[in-house]
Design a protein around this ligand. Structure first.
Ligand code: GUN
Ligand code: ZN
Length: 424
């Protein structure tokens, strides 16, 4: 066992942030050997219960749950900031040509190593990530995550049409490869597999049907895709699937909406789509820096809440512009404000933080496993320095409430705030 003394941020079951200004976090192995939170609370209330346990003094710092990124593309690490008129030209001119390079396993391994280190440097301890259509790109990321003991979920991208040579896969082989990767990696150490159709326009109905069959055969496996991000994309999906009720309905028709299914963006949905999300247990990965960068639109928080739909935050690097959860939370706040002018909703700093930690974990079906620091949670946490920059030090010293403290970190924070990231 080991204990850490610092201010501690965690979340109650009702999603509200709980803050101990002088807290103690005690971690140790559970029955399986996994390192978990054994106890957490006020230092003075807990310290006598753990005699002999070494305590590291981190006073002046804040311990918080590791961040959970619900949607990120590791092969797009070097695509960040590529200018384009919108999603479809961005994919055609930058993303697909770049992803073709991941047929080279050595190249993929190099990017995977950089990507995982960059996640950890930014305080992200769990990610649901796209690889590319090349199975070796999946192996590269899983191997790197396993070496770091990270909880990471990824999968081979399925895209058997409307994709250039170099990334387009073969329908039958793509499904054989997916099943082989599930059997090799899903549930190994802290790793999980996600069946990953890129988006409906780049998969044939046969490939989507096969993906849905695998999703039914392996219920603990995740599903990830994109939906309703951009108006041109929505129009294209309607042309390709004229019988579907909506773009989201395409995924429903092929059995791809269920618990553990994560759909990036979910901007241009209607009320029936949101009800379908809620009814099936599928969740939205809200990706505000990407949506602002590519000019895709604004996630409608009020409508999502009205439908009781699950969602959480995501960077969507490389459409997204930053690995930093602080940047993502601030962009989500801007997007919420945009909604505010129409619907009267404004996000609190506690809600933003929850959406990138415990709420994101809940959307993944991992509530109580990651994203929080309640007893039993896996011991993934960050040590934050509220004085990381002169302006942050000045601003956080003047905070009169938890909301003011968290908001200062969200507005002014970035990787400089993350002093250390602890994995398990
Ligand atoms: N839709 C299909 N592929 C992608 C992608 O790589 N990024 C984003 N943002 N949207 C997509
Ligand atoms: Zn994406």
């Amino acid at each position: 066992m080991k204990a850490y003394r610092a201010a501690i941020l965690r979340f109650a079951d009702d999603q509200t942030p709980v803050y101990e200004s002088d807290g103690l976090l005690v971690v140790g192995p559970d029955a399986t050997g996994q390192r978990v939170v054994c106890a957490v609370g006020a230092y003075c209330a807990l310290v006598d219960s753990f005699p002999g346990v070494a305590i590291e003094d981190l006073r002046g710092h804040i311990i918080a749950p590791g961040f959970v990124d619900l949607h990120i593309h590791y092969p797009q690490t070097d695509v960040i900031g590529a200018p384009a008129a919108g999603l479809l030209p961005w994919l055609e001119n930058y993303t697909f040509p770049h992803e073709a390079r991941f047929s080279d396993a050595t190249y993929a391994r190099g990017v995977a190593e950089f990507f995982l280190d960059e996640l950890l440097r930014n305080g992200v301890t769990t990610a649901l990530a796209f690889a590319t259509s090349h199975p070796s790109s999946v192996n590269a990321l899983f191997e790197g995550a396993q070496a770091r003991s990270m909880r990471l979920i990824t999968g081979k991208v399925l895209q058997d049409r409307h994709s250039p040579d170099g990334v387009r896969d073969d329908t039958e082989q793509s499904l054989i490869d997916t099943e082989a990767l599930i059997q090799r990696w899903h549930g190994v150490a802290r790793l999980g597999y996600a069946i990953t159709p890129r988006f409906a326009p780049t998969s044939t109905p046969e490939q989507l049907r096969g993906a849905g069959e695998l999703a039914a055969r392996y219920p603990s496996v995740w599903v990830q895709s994109h939906v309703a991000e951009n108006v041109d994309e929505v129009r294209w999906a309607a042309e390709l699937f004229p019988l579907a009720r909506s773009y989201l309905g395409v995924y429903d028709d092929f059995g791809l909406l269920r618990e553990r299914a994560m759909y990036a963006h979910c901007i241009h949905l209607d009320a029936a789509d949101r009800t379908l999300m809620q009814r099936t247990g599928a969740a939205a990965a809200v990706s505000p820096t990407s949506n602002l960068f590519l000019g895709s639109g604004f996630f409608d928080y009020a409508a999502a809440n009205a439908a009781d739909m699950r969602y959480g935050l995501a960077s969507d690097v490389g459409g997204g512009t930053s690995f930093s959860p602080f940047h993502t939370m601030l962009a989500a706040y801007y997007v919420g404000r945009e909604g505010h002018t129409k619907t009267g909703l404004s996000l609190t700093p506690g809600q933003l933080w929850w959406q990138h930690t415990a709420g994101a974990a809940q959307a993944l079906g991992l509530a109580g496993v990651v994203g929080n620091l309640q007893p039993g949670c896996e011991a993934d946490f960050v040590v934050l320095n509220p004085q990381a920059t002169p302006l942050l030090a000045r601003k956080t010293a003047q905070a009169n409430s938890l909301d003011e403290l968290l908001f200062a970190l969200i507005v002014l924070g970035d990787d400089r705030v993350v002093v250390r990231t602890h994995i398990a």
